[in-house]
Ligand binder design. Structure first.
Ligand SMILES: [Zn+2]
Length: 310
């Protein structure tokens, strides 16, 4: 696609309510001056200048519009995710630019599940990511890495909440404690729903509030009544992204990778074209990302995004 066509597509998607004609992002006025020589507009009402990407995640853009379209196409096409290094090679841009761009797109993918409430039959399960400890070289120096006192404290639990045959909502917690899973479940599962969970004692307290089905994984994975295989199926996608693409996805941004993989899982039956359209529309109808604007100038996200911080 030529740059001119890409620019027209940006306008059409950004201002779809106004047939692709500019709408002032400052005051909402549709009366604007256009400039022949530059791709900017000036509002007749508030006199402020703006472009098609002002106030979106692409605000302050330096790449061509077609590069962003290509980035979105590569991003949605990669079912196991795409690493920043790969994206930088594909687009011919710097690694740092690709890293921030991919993370801005990940942030967009997280929006829809932020406050989602699941109904019907819902499966829950946790899986642990990160905090890898390399075993010591000499056998006599090796320790039991399963013990908490030998771990480095960086291991985190991605807690998956999934409607049967339906959507996944991921949240990151420190570990599957009763308090953490209860907080996540109260936020994301309707009180009328029935919950399928494994034998972990952290779920015991939920019997008072929800209809619960428990499955003992040391005996069987599906007993015809209870099963959490849907939630676990999604973990394998996140695990493939970790092992195959990113190699290391824990830490401050674990939730972003989990959001990306949930977005892709929830749309796995849609074709690339509709995914592309969806992500482009959401990217252009969402305010500037605070965590990723000026990232390399030191504007990092201050801490982890944990649903339950203890
Ligand atoms: Zn205006």
């Amino acid at each position: 696609m030529a740059e001119e066509e890409a620019y027209e597509l940006f306008k059409e998607v950004r201002w779809s309510v106004n047939d692709g004609d500019p709408v002032c992002p400052h005051c909402g006025s549709v009366e604007c001056w256009t400039f022949k020589s530059r791709r900017i507009f000036k509002c007749k009402h508030c006199n402020k200048q703006f472009s098609v990407t002002s106030g979106t995640i692409f605000s302050g853009r330096k790449l061509q519009h077609r590069d962003y379209l290509l980035a979105i196409a590569i991003f949605v096409n990669s079912c196991k995710g795409v690493s920043a290094l790969q994206l930088s090679r594909d687009l011919g841009i710097q690694y740092k630019t690709a890293f921030v761009l991919a993370h801005k797109l990940r942030e967009v993918t997280g929006d829809e599940m932020q406050d989602a409430v699941l109904t019907g039959e819902v499966e829950v399960d946790g899986a642990y990511f990160g905090g890898y400890l390399k075993p010591r070289n000499w056998k006599e120096n090796r320790v039991d890495r399963r013990l908490r006192r030998h771990q480095n404290g960086k291991r985190r639990c991605v807690f998956a909440i999934r409607e049967r045959e339906g959507r996944v909502v991921p949240v990151v917690i420190k570990s599957e404690t009763s308090e953490a899973v209860t907080t996540a479940i109260r936020k994301h599962i309707d009180s009328q729903a029935s919950i399928h969970a494994d034998e972990n004692a952290a779920y015991d307290a939920l019997h008072a509030q929800y209809q619960m089905f428990r499955i003992n994984h040391s005996r069987v994975y599906s007993d015809g009544e209870a099963c959490t295989n849907g939630a676990e199926g999604w973990f394998s996608r996140l695990r493939r992204a970790e092992i195959g693409q990113h190699h290391h996805i824990a830490g401050k941004y674990l939730h972003s990778y989990a959001n990306e993989m949930a977005y892709k899982e929830n749309r796995r039956r849609q074709d690339n074209g509709s995914l592309f359209g969806d992500l482009l529309f959401k990217s252009l109808n969402r305010p500037m990302s605070r965590n990723w604007a000026g990232y390399w100038q030191g504007n990092n996200q201050p801490g982890e995004v944990l649903l339950y911080p203890h």
